[in-house]
Design a protein around this ligand. Sequence first.
Ligand SMILES: Nc1nc2c(ncn2[C@@H]2O[C@H](COP(=O)(O)OP(=O)(O)OP(=O)(O)O)[C@@H](O)[C@H]2O)c(=O)[nH]1
Ligand SMILES: [Mg+2]
Length: 284
Amino acid sequence: MNSRKTSPLAPVRNARRLVARHLASRRPSLALVIPTLHEAKNIQPLLRRVRASLDRCDVAYEVIVVDDDSRDGIEDLIAAISAQDPRVRLVVRRGERGLAGAVLRGWEETEAPHLAVMDADLQHPPELLPKLWEQMDAGADLVVGSRYACGGCLRGWKPMRHLISRIAVWMTLPVQRAGLRTRDPMSGFFMVKRSCIDGIQLQQAGFKILLEILARGEIHSVVEVPFTFGRRYAGASKASARVAFEYLTLLVRLYRQKGRTPSHAELELARTARERQQEQPVSS
Ligand SMILES: Nc1nc2c(ncn2[C@@H]2O[C@H](COP(=O)(O)OP(=O)(O)OP(=O)(O)O)[C@@H](O)[C@H]2O)c(=O)[nH]1
Ligand SMILES: [Mg+2]
């Protein structure tokens, strides 16, 4: 006789697992990448909230955590979650570092037509994901979770960090395209259509991947969704002098390339011409 007692919650858990497996068999339309470096303490609460939020949206999604070989137990934590919900998976990069590179690697791992990114330390509220998706689904090319849009704010920052951040944003104005400017071009919380960045070689170093997408992507519409940037839940910040240096390097490169990237108006003209060509009847 089997003397092991089964938990009364076991049928509920099994049913949840079956639902997750069924949902995972759908082709993902949205892939959310979460870059991690020593974030094991944050990953479980984060993934719980991310899944609860995205489950409320009518979208087939997957979550790809890209870890740079932290060796802090994150592999086991994610293996346990993936066993329940195959929509969550882990990619470990060995011998590589860099937030932007990790995000690009995660996006390479998926064929989803909509790509997203958020930090792992819960400074980006997972509960905002449905709002971002709503705008994507309505047709925006790029949707930015914005700390500086009307209604957004920063919690717990020292005045000096606030000032530096404001100056850094102000320095991006010349490289942002007129008509497509966002108030938070350095946000790490956004969604973008894959087709807008397909074929563009983006910089692997540094933190500020959004700025480069704004400056070089084939973007026609940007929507900002305000949010409150909270405090890190656990663990230590990875922002450093090196990150600031990499930001300045990127900015200099974008200033130099400015004349060579099409403006918003030029992109619109090219799109209209393309649409007209497609509309023309094929003559026999
Ligand atoms: N894979 C990978 N992820 C990274 C790397 N550097 C940072 N991250 C992740 O990128 C996200 C943002 O890093 P944070 O340290 O939170 O940077 P921040 O939010 O600008 O700084 P704080 O406000 O001080 O937290 C977090 O999820 C980090 O774990 C890296 O080299 N590789
Ligand atoms: Mg952070």
